[in-house]
Design a binder for this molecule. Structure first.
Ligand SMILES: Cc1cc2nc3c(=O)[nH]c(=O)nc-3n(C[C@H](O)[C@H](O)[C@H](O)COP(=O)(O)OP(=O)(O)OC[C@H]3O[C@@H](n4cnc5c(N)ncnc54)[C@H](O)[C@@H]3O)c2cc1C
Length: 455
């Protein structure tokens, strides 16, 4: 690999955040900037939403605005650190829809793009300013505890009732219907004198309802572990960018936050024991012993406990049942390499709010289909990343640009669609995905993708 520090796209000045403007209160779902239809037919009036994460809050806010009576049942106790700090541009319209972008911008780091370090000397830089898109050409890196509080507060302002409780559900014997347990019903009796019309499970990876009903799901092939903490600082090639770096084994993220950097490593679980017995030892040793990580974070000082996550490739094959529905991570979660989790969850919340307003089985089925399609699409992208196809094709395309007239002709079109996929603007568009799929199959020439695969 040569010494060049590559830019896949041309450099451009960072986009400035814009508040308001013509996109204000428009939200992306399916086609960019579509306004959600939140006119209620009145079929569903009361909704118990279990979980206090961003997905629960987004859904509850929209339902309250539509005139329904939603309540959030949530656990106030949190882990010392929460993952999900790097946002993609397609979330910005949802933040505007919720009326919280300015508040989020106030405590976040402005994110003008993403940088991928394939080797210590070979980088791909993706400034969002270069994107041909109707989306905002920026995003934010946000401390997740503050982000969650902002969205909960927005729900409260919209009139959503909040109940602090570890909600429990029961199966109605002989059916796949669920109901709030006697204790949970008692905790919400002041809001719902009668059982709610609908129960929404937004409990994230706790997956309360899928576990209760033993719902089928598809797991991905990888058995990785993510270790994650905040450090005082780490080296960055481009200010504000999320940096994704291939390591000796696995990959790492660096997400700049105010006054600190979030550094996470995602690594095959079998490699971890050689770095120590505890997660703290493993994390600290990886920072200094991995041949790539030590160059960018070898001097970093860890300032928080280490969090550990396992198994994050899972899609439920059923999201809707009699009187219940799943949304957010409960419905499915994705390897975090493209920072897509909050986008999928919050877009899912917008789609579900529309389905609940319509209240028909058909609307719920459409929500289920669309959400599973979105999850599966990101799983496919993740596989291209791990198998090395994604960046091999970028390298090949970059080299062929200089010599191949046809590639020069189609390149702008491909770049537009690839950019739209990875910023979330077209991650569920069949057309954009078909272009990417074609490139992954036929665009590698004779290059072996294993050179850039994640080991
Ligand atoms: C290692 C890793 C890195 C990631 N990085 C990113 C990233 O950079 N960008 C990104 O967009 N996404 C990222 N994600 C994904 C992101 O964190 C999730 O997609 C997102 O948090 C999902 O939101 P949610 O509201 O569905 O669930 P959560 O945020 O998990 O919220 C669930 C809530 O439910 C509550 N709860 C659980 N059980 C109960 C109960 N019985 N009663 C009441 N409340 C309950 C919990 O306390 C919690 O508040 C990452 C994920 C992992 C694992």
């Amino acid at each position: 690999m040569d010494e060049a520090k590559k830019k896949f796209t041309d450099p451009g000045g960072p986009a400035r955040p814009r508040h308001g403007g013509p996109e204000h209160s428009a939200v992306l779902r399916g086609s960019p900037m579509r306004e959600p239809n939140l006119r209620s037919t009145g079929k569903i009036k009361t909704v118990a939403i279990i979980g206090g994460g961003p997905v629960a809050s987004t859904l509850a806010t929209l339902l309250a605005r539509a005139g329904l009576r939603p309540a959030i049942l949530y656990l106030p106790k949190r882990a010392p650190l929460l993952v999900g700090e790097s946002l993609v541009p397609a979330i910005i319209p949802i933040l505007r829809l919720l009326g919280v972008e300015e508040e989020v911008a106030g405590y976040s780091v402005f994110k003008p793009g993403a940088t991928i370090n394939l080797t210590p000397t070979f980088n791909l830089c993706f400034p969002f300013a270069d994107l041909e898109t109707k989306l905002p050409r920026y995003a934010y890196n946000s401390p997740r505890d503050k982000f969650d509080d902002t969205l909960l507060a927005a729900a409260r302002r919209a009139g959503v009732q909040m109940v602090e409780t570890a909600a429990t559900l029961e199966r109605v014997p002989g059916t796949d219907r669920v109901q709030l347990s006697r204790e949970t019903l008692a905790a919400v009796a002041h809001i719902f004198p009668q059982p709610p019309d609908l129960i929404v499970d937004a409990t994230g990876r706790a997956r309360v309802l899928p576990k209760l009903l033993d719902l089928p799901s598809r797991r991905g092939p990888r058995e990785d572990t993510a270790l994650f903490a905040h450090v005082d600082s780490a080296k960055l090639d481009h200010a504000g960018h999320v940096h994704t770096t291939l390591l000796d084994h696995g990959w790492s993220w660096r997400i700049p936050l105010p006054g600190r950097t979030s550094v996470g490593m995602v690594i095959g679980s079998e490699h971890l024991p050689k770095f120590g017995a505890t997660k703290e030892e493993q994390y600290d040793n990886l920072l200094t012993q991995d041949s790539v990580l030590r160059l960018v974070a070898g001097e970093s000082k860890r300032i928080t406990p280490v969090m550990e996550y396992k198994n994050y490739q899972l899609v439920s094959t059923r999201l809707v049942g009699d009187g219940w529905v799943l949304v957010g991570d409960t419905a499915g979660f994705i390897d975090p390499v493209f920072s897509s989790g909050l986008l999928i969850g919050m877009q899912g919340a917008v789609a579900l709010a529309e389905a609940i307003c319509q209240g028909s089985p058909r609307a719920f089925k459409a929500y289920e289909r669309e959400t599973i399609h979105h999850l599966e699409a990101w799983h496919e992208l993740v596989e291209y990343f791990y198998g090395g196809r994604l960046f091999t094709s970028f390298q090949v395309g970059d080299a062929m640009l200089k010599t191949n007239f046809l590639i020069r002709l189609v390149f702008p079109h491909m770049r537009k669609h690839f950019g739209a996929i990875f910023t979330g603007g077209a991650s569920n568009s069949n057309y954009s995905l078909a272009i990417l799929r074609f490139t992954m199959r036929h665009g590698l020439r004779d290059e072996d993708p294993k050179t850039l695969m994640v080991r």
